[in-house]
Design a protein around this ligand. Structure first.
Ligand code: MRU
Length: 355
């Protein structure tokens, strides 16, 4: 792995043509040197560090430590990781299961690895799996743009937006999902104000979403997770937009822990609550939320808060995600349109599985 702290960033970043936001570099790219380059999200916002990953072990480490994160990005990273593992002489089945196991909740990782394995079996070369990763990045960029447009239309008139975790450029190959709607609204000249939760314990909202929006010049207010219910009840929020790591066939949705509490509070306050994700986040094999595997992470993420941390042997429950029941969703905004209740039928339709 090579590390390249890019001191010219963020001010000197050249925006990719066609993208609507300057100042946030692409979070994941396949390089001409046949390595996977990621922005190390553990170091943001203090430092923008690029890492070049050239082995499957490095990719698995980057995914499991959240150097690369966000469901969409880890899907593509999984395909590239598989390719690097096979290039390195690994057994295809073993490499696939090691990469897919790096984070269990995002179905995109499973899809990315399975597609890369299938392409390798068909074509016989690790470069066939690289092709899968490259095409996942292109599809994701396009999906994010379409989601942004559908979301802009759906949320017309909603000015004050509450979001959770990070679903933007850092989490995808494009402008993002829930944050993609924010960027699209801003690009259309809407006067918006974003409220970003902290998203404990790894603070993706406070560290990443706040940074992305500041780079784009979009007004953003940060709040601790426990302030969200009061904010929703204060009448200061018009809409809640969150991402998804896996959507069950009935619409129950796994997303960053704390999403469920936001949905409950939004329902009580009468604020519309949307899940925003590509159709590929739907897992038809998971009939409902109980079938979604929820990643449990280490105690140290919760306990390491500085010099006043509790004893390191303190017992901790640290689920990375929770499941929001479909009954709390106003809709699911996808690249194929907005799905509404009854979600089982609507999701089957967008998946093309409708009877
Ligand atoms: O643990 P993370 O940071 O990978 O969690 C990210 C989220 O929960 C996002 O909402 C989700 O992956 C969608 S990203 C477009």
């Amino acid at each position: 792995m090579t590390t390249d702290p890019d001191e010219s960033l963020p001010g000197g970043v050249t925006p990719t043509p066609g993208r609507r936001t300057a100042g946030v570099p692409r979070s994941i790219e396949w390089t001409p040197r046949e390595t996977l380059r990621v922005i190390d999200q553990r170091a943001l916002p203090a430092q923008v560090i690029r890492r070049e990953l050239s082995s499957v072990e490095e990719v698995i480490d980057a995914i499991s430590t959240l150097a690369v994160r966000g469901a969409n990005s880890i899907g593509a990273a999984g395909a590239f990781g598989f390719a690097l593992g096979v290039r390195g002489g690994g057994d295809a089945e073993e490499v696939a299961s090691a990469v897919a196991g790096a984070r269990p909740t995002a179905v995109a990782l499973r899809h990315g690895v399975d597609d890369a394995l299938a392409a390798y079996r068909r074509g016989g070369s690790w470069r066939d799996s690289v092709g899968v990763g490259v095409s996942l990045l292109a599809t994701d960029e396009n999906d994010c743009a379409r989601i942004g447009e559908f979301g802009r239309i759906e949320t017309r008139g909603a000015r004050r937006i509450l979001t959770h975790c990070n679903t933007g450029i850092l989490a995808t190959a494009g402008i993002g999902t829930a944050l993609g709607i924010v960027y699209t609204k801003a690009a259309a000249g809407e006067d918006i104000q974003v409220y970003s939760t902290e998203s404990r314990p790894l603070r993706q909202g406070l560290r990443l979403t706040v940074w992305e929006l500041q780079q784009a010049g979009i007004p953003v207010t940060a709040l601790v997770d426990s302030a969200a219910a009061a904010l929703l009840h204060s009448g200061q929020i018009d809409v809640v937009l969150v991402g998804a790591d896996r959507i069950a066939a009935n619409g129950d949705t796994a997303n960053k822990v704390g999403t469920f509490s936001l949905a409950l509070a939004a329902r009580d306050a009468g604020v519309p609550f949307y899940v925003v994700a590509p159709v590929s986040a739907v897992d038809p094999a998971a009939l409902d939320g109980d079938a979604i595997p929820i990643e449990l992470r280490g105690a140290e993420e919760v306990l390491a808060i500085g010099p006043d941390s509790p004893r390191p042997d303190t017992d901790v429950w640290n689920p990375s995600f929770d499941v929001t029941p479909a009954r709390l969703l106003t809709g699911i905004i996808t690249e194929r349109g907005v799905v509404r209740a009854p979600f089982r039928t609507g999701l089957a339709q967008v998946l093309g599985n409708a009877e």
